[in-house]
Design a protein around this ligand. Structure first.
Ligand SMILES: *[C@@H]1O[C@H](CO)[C@@H](O)[C@H](O)[C@H]1NC(C)=O
Ligand SMILES: *[C@@H]1O[C@H](CO)[C@@H](O)[C@H](O)[C@H]1NC(C)=O
Length: 438
């Protein structure tokens, strides 16, 4: 069932500008009378011409709303300089109320354009249906179809122009919840590598559990790719890497490794490179983002290690790829475990905990319970050490200098980190990233 109606008056031709009240009146009457929808919210988007007062225009529209007492409380007129800005505002309204099924009433000529905007700004969580403004107003014999098609030229904007309008708008938005903060390890030499682990502040994602520097877009959640891309641009800006040469693992919760420059597997949780200026990254929202650096051979790697990947040895698989591809000596490889769910919080069903117990009984606490606490960091260290990585070349939560300790528990710090375990299905994602400096 439709939860919101969006009336697109954005491209209202000049000769109808003065007539907007009458036009809106008729459309609203149509919605009230013809609609099978019980009580949807109604949003009207209009073009705010440069130099015009927002409030002035809104007041100008009020008389049109006077006759619609029932609609008044659930109708909002959104003025914006661009369609991108108008739609983003509508998206915020929908998200505040957790709505997702929208009927868009718009001039036929705007339909193709609008679909492109919607594809970029929304995800598969939302459902849109479209209705011609002409059809909607036919109920009242309002002849607006003709001036529209005569006055307005066919849209010449193509997808690239729409993308750039959206991008420009997102770039103009203020960062939310403070500064973008990057955690860095003192183990990885800064003269050779650029690296860091992100926290959740300083991006533009506004939905509470994704706010604000979400770096992963899923069709199941409300942050579209364009927003994640903008967050990444801000991160790249702050960290000093090129977002165009950024490569993130394609999560599979297994142990495949992608060698940059060679055929890319369909999915992989480890990635390695020896090419300068290429930034590689692994996400995590409890799972450990693990970074690898060999200052001797000048090669690096990143891995995503959740409980499954940890058991499958994704970290050693990444080390092995560095050894076989770039001739690294295991003893030169430095490994840093990023923010991840700690042994204080993380529980697994007994069956899965058993496998950690097998690696080392110290990886499990309250082993006899139905859901024992599991230490995926310790398991990662043990597997790395048995693969030949020197104990002092691994940085994790055992680091004693608290100023250097960056292996925070994601579940314990809701202000700093995303946590799938804590937040449920609507979780955001932080990343660990590394590159070799030019
Ligand atoms: C480092 O920080 C983590 C997370 O706050 C904490 O669990 C751990 O005990 C700290 N390490 C040491 C050695 O204090
Ligand atoms: C957001 O996270 C909290 C816990 O941090 C959780 O209780 C809540 O259900 C989440 N909200 C949504 C919409 O997923």
């Amino acid at each position: 069932m439709v939860e919101a109606v969006l009336i697109d008056l954005f491209s209202l031709p000049a000769n109808l500008q003065n007539n907007i009240r009458g036009l809106l009146h008729n459309i609203l009457e149509t919605i009230e009378k013809c609609s099978s929808i019980p009580a949807p919210l109604v949003y009207v988007i209009c073009c705010q011409r440069q130099g015009t007062e927002r409030n002035g225009e809104q007041e100008f529209l009020l008389p049109a709303l006077r006759d619609f007492q029932s609609l008044k409380k659930r109708l909002e007129v959104v003025h914006a300089l661009t369609t991108a800005a108008a739609l983003y505002t509508i998206k915020q309204r929908l998200d505040e109320k957790d709505l997702s099924i929208v009927k868009v009433i718009l001039p036929t000529l705007r339909k193709d354009l609008m679909k492109v905007y919607i594809d970029h700004l929304f995800t598969a969580v939302y459902q849109f249906e479209f209705e011609d403004l002409q059809v909607a107003t036919d109920c009242k014999n309002l002849q607006i179809a003709e001036p529209w098609s005569e006055e307005q030229r066919l849209p010449t904007q193509d997808v690239a122009l729409i993308r750039s309008e959206i991008q420009t708008y997102l770039e103009s938005l203020p960062s939310l919840n403070g500064e973008l903060t990057i955690l860095r390890s003192s183990l990885i030499p800064g003269d050779i590598f650029l690296h860091g682990f992100t926290t959740r502040t300083g991006g533009i994602s506004y939905i509470p559990n994704l706010s604000s520097c979400n770096l992963f877009s899923s069709s199941k959640r409300r942050d579209p790719q364009v927003v994640v891309k903008e967050n990444l641009r801000r991160l790249a800006d702050a960290a000093g890497f090129d977002p165009e040469t950024f490569h993130r693992v394609k999560i599979d919760h297994a142990n495949a490794v992608c060698i940059m420059g060679k055929t890319e597997p369909d999915s992989y949780d480890g990635i390695v490179t020896n090419q300068k200026g290429i930034t590689i990254a692994a996400p995590g929202a409890d799972c450990i983002p693990v970074l690898f650096a060999d200052p001797v051979r000048k090669a690096c790697g990143a891995a995503h290690s959740g409980w499954k990947g940890t058991l499958l040895g994704v970290s050693m698989a990444t080390v092995n790829a560095m050894v076989s591809e770039y001739g690294c000596n295991v003893k030169d490889i430095l490994v840093v475990l990023g923010p991840s769910v700690g042994p204080c919080c993380y529980k697994l069903p007994h069956e899965s905990a058993k496998e950690f117990h097998r690696i080392d009984p110290k990886c499990v606490r309250l082993f006899d319970s139905a859901n024992p606490y599991v230490d995926i960091r310790r398991a990662t260290r043990i597997l790395l050490e048995s693969g030949g990585i020197l104990p002092e070349n691994i940085q994790d939560d055992s680091i004693t200098d608290q100023n250097q300790n960056i292996t925070f528990c994601t579940a314990c710090h809701p202000d700093k980190f995303y946590s799938h375990f804590r937040d449920g299905t609507n979780f955001g994602t932080q990343i660990g990233f590394i590159s070799i400096k030019d």
